[in-house]
Write a protein that binds this ligand. Structure first.
Ligand code: GLY
Length: 331
């Protein structure tokens, strides 16, 4: 049976227009990243019950989710309530999870304020929390009512977070849109962060992700391609965590390095023509992204080998045939 899941996105140039999307919901409870509090009045959310969280990987745990559930209960949120998540990927992951378990599941919607959130984490319904250093070990897939995307948030996004999102934006276009990829590289290398310049590219990337999730919500097949760059990217993040790295690469930066490695392996296997790796290296460097492993490669190979063992000896790896076309095969 072919089952298509509806993934609803709204795009807006102005923060003030969120209000109109909230009219159908009688009770709205905001769960937001304390760092984006200044945006709440601009979004027209003043007067709504609002709960701030410290949205870090360390706080992305069951205790934070439990406290948020307790707050919803104290506020009298019933089964008709809508949880509105305002923040980056950590916030939308936690708030979506809270909505998924509170009273056995109530509705939620995402207002991603980071670039990663707008093109990836805030779309597709993956929600959850970490268990000690293991990321997203408790969670569920639950689609938001909608994801509301406004590039105006990017004006105040810290540079490192912007770079992280840039990598996910490029990743999405490597999957299936060469022209948009080249446009994105030009824009990112020109260091032009005007929201107007990015709006169309963000919309394109968000729609690609929504379409992929719509076809394979539970990641039984197609959705796996969204993990391009993540096998080695996660290994880098793991290494940085173990070694308490003081200047760690962000998630997106680690994924960028992982994509360069994926290109190298694709050439080695003969899936891609020679030159792909060096093209990605040049492009990513121009965009200000990292391209080299921040640690000895041997350490990462060991982490990947461990993952492989846990998966029964082989893992699904996303290879790049050319920009705009990828292929999943066993590593
Ligand atoms: N971030 C990958 C996915 O949503 O499937």
């Amino acid at each position: 049976m072919c089952f298509k899941k509806k993934v609803k996105l709204y795009f807006s140039d102005s923060l003030g227009s969120l209000k109109r999307r909230l009219w159908p919901y009688k009770q709205v409870f905001v769960i937001y990243d304390a760092r984006v509090e200044e945006y709440l009045p601009k979004l027209g959310l003043q007067g709504k019950p609002a709960y701030a969280i410290a949205a870090t990987e360390e706080n992305k745990n069951i205790k934070t989710a439990y406290e948020a559930c307790k707050w919803l209960l104290e506020q009298g949120a019933d089964r008709e309530a809508l949880v509105l998540a305002v923040g980056g990927g950590v916030t939308t992951d936690i708030a979506g999870f809270v909505a998924g378990i509170y009273k056995r599941g109530i509705r939620y919607a995402n207002v991603p304020t980071s670039l990663v959130g707008q093109v990836d984490a805030g779309i597709g319904g993956k929600t959850g929390v970490n268990v000690s250093s293991f990321k997203n070990m408790i969670g569920l897939i639950k689609q938001p009512e909608f994801t509301w995307i406004c590039p105006a948030f990017l004006k105040t996004l810290p540079e490192k977070d912007f770079l992280s999102g840039s990598a996910e934006l490029l990743k999405t276009f490597i999957l299936e849109d060469r022209e948009a990829y080249e446009q994105a590289v030009d824009l990112l290398s020109a260091a032009n962060r005007a929201p107007a310049a990015y709006g169309k590219l963000i919309e394109k990337a968000a729609r690609i992700k929504a379409r992929i999730v719509g076809k394979d919500e539970k990641e039984n097949g197609l959705r796996r391609i969204l993990n391009l760059g993540h096998t080695y990217g996660h290994a880098i993040e793991w290494y940085q965590h173990i070694h308490a790295d003081e200047a760690p690469l962000t998630h997106g930066e680690a994924v960028a390095v992982g994509m360069v490695k994926a290109a190298a392996l694709s050439e080695k296997r003969g899936y891609a023509a020679p030159g792909l790796e060096s093209k990605l290296r040049d492009d990513f460097r121009r965009c200000g992204l990292s391209v080299d492993f921040p640690c000895p490669e041997q350490e990462l190979e060991e982490a990947v080998a461990k993952d492989k063992k846990a998966e029964g000896g082989k893992i699904n790896f996303v290879f790049i045939e050319k920009i705009g076309k990828v292929k999943v095969a066993k590593l």
